[in-house]
Write a new protein. Structure first.
Length: 367
């Protein structure tokens, strides 16, 4: 066992120092995107598009309104991400309305443009700069908000893999993974979450100087999990009500659709493609038909989902940022360039601080 752990650590160190972890992740993301593109191409090639448009045309106004309400609820929950993050880093002076705008615009724009980490940070700086926020503080907000997202996803997937392991089996059975292994993975995820709660049950922090990040306590981490789960439940509900409105829709359980949805979104975001495009749709087309949905119904549902969750909020977010910039008297392009420069500088300082920590040196202060 010890030999295996030592070999694993040696391999990780070699990859990080000799190859570069970012390069490896980039290759993995590219490979995932290529596979997803191939699967999506093969699935869409046999789609009867006349049935897709017919299914969309048959959706009633009640379903469209309910889907819109779930979209509003999902993005309202997202606003809590930034409110929680700003309080965690000690910026209680940033009011909730600003947090709501910062969260909504950053996620809506970053999800559609890709390069989510950098894009979301730039948009957040645009919004929060009037509160004299620094680059490192924006990076911290992004980290805490991202932690909330991942804790929520891990909770949903862990519970889903344990309760409904068969729903993801069609996605992974081709590589020899069956429902029992999926359940074991789910239990491992839940065990890791419990371990994390134990880990943060005493005050924890990492970094130094301006880069110190204090992790939320176990109680607040539990709150993060709840926030993340509620957000994902609303997002899944958008897709669910659209699917159930399709002609001859099967009585699929919501939990099953939610697990598939979360898996699809995570795979999509892992490719770093704008809007999680490709992997998201490919996963849905592989995993949903075994529940009884036709491929045409799945295509119709994810087209509408994109309009609700991606395209509509993206347009609204761009308008909101433009209005705020004009109202504040900023030259929008100049302020955008400043925001990009600040975040790039902050990321460079963060990398320098990490390198200094590896060498045992004290990192310089971040500006």
């Amino acid at each position: 066992m010890r030999i295996g752990i030592t070999l694993f650590k040696t391999a990780v160190t070699f990859v990080r120092e000799q190859i570069g972890l970012k390069r490896v992740l980039l290759v993995v993301a590219a490979a995932m995107l290529a596979i997803a593109g191939y699967v999506l191409f093969t699935k869409l090639r046999v789609i009867d598009w006349s049935k897709v448009w017919e299914a969309i045309s048959q959706i009633g106004p009640t379903t469209l309104i309910v889907a819109g309400l779930f979209t509003a609820a999902a993005y309202t929950t997202l606003t809590v991400y930034d409110y929680f993050a700003t309080r965690t880093i000690g910026r209680d002076d940033i009011p909730y309305p600003a947090c709501a705008i910062g969260s909504f615009t950053s996620y809506s724009i970053a999800h559609n443009l890709g390069a989510t980490v950098f894009t979301a940070a730039v948009v957040r700086y645009l919004v929060y700069s009037r509160y004299q926020i620094t680059g490192p503080q924006v990076v911290k907000i992004c980290f805490i908000a991202g932690l909330t997202f991942w804790l929520g996803n891990a909770t949903v997937l862990g519970l889903g893999f344990v309760l409904e392991p068969e729903v993801v089996t069609p996605v992974v059975q081709r590589i020899g993974i069956d429902g029992n292994i999926v359940r074991v993975v789910g239990l491992a995820i839940l065990a890791a979450l419990v371990g994390w709660l134990v880990f943060v049950s005493v005050p924890r922090q990492f970094g130094s100087g301006a880069w110190v990040i204090k992790l939320p306590s176990a109680k607040l981490t539990g709150l993060q999990m709840v926030i993340g789960v509620v957000d994902l439940a609303f997002c899944s509900a958008i897709l669910y009500v659209l699917l159930m409105a399709m002609p001859n829709a099967p009585p699929a359980p919501f939990v099953a659709v939610a697990v598939i949805f979360c898996s699809a979104m995570l795979l999509g975001f892992a490719t770093h493609a704008p809007g999680a495009a490709g992997a998201f749709e490919a996963t849905l087309l592989v995993a949903l038909p075994p529940l009884g949905f036709t491929a045409e119904a799945v295509v119709a549902a994810f087209i509408l989902f994109r309009l609700y969750y991606f395209i509509g909020p993206f347009i609204l977010a761009l308008l909101l940022v433009a209005i705020r910039e004009l109202a504040s008297g900023h030259g929008s392009l100049d302020h955008l360039k400043e925001s990009m420069a600040v975040i790039r500088q902050a990321e460079a300082q963060q990398e320098a601080a990490k390198e200094a920590a590896k060498q045992g040196a004290k990192p310089g202060p971040a500006e």
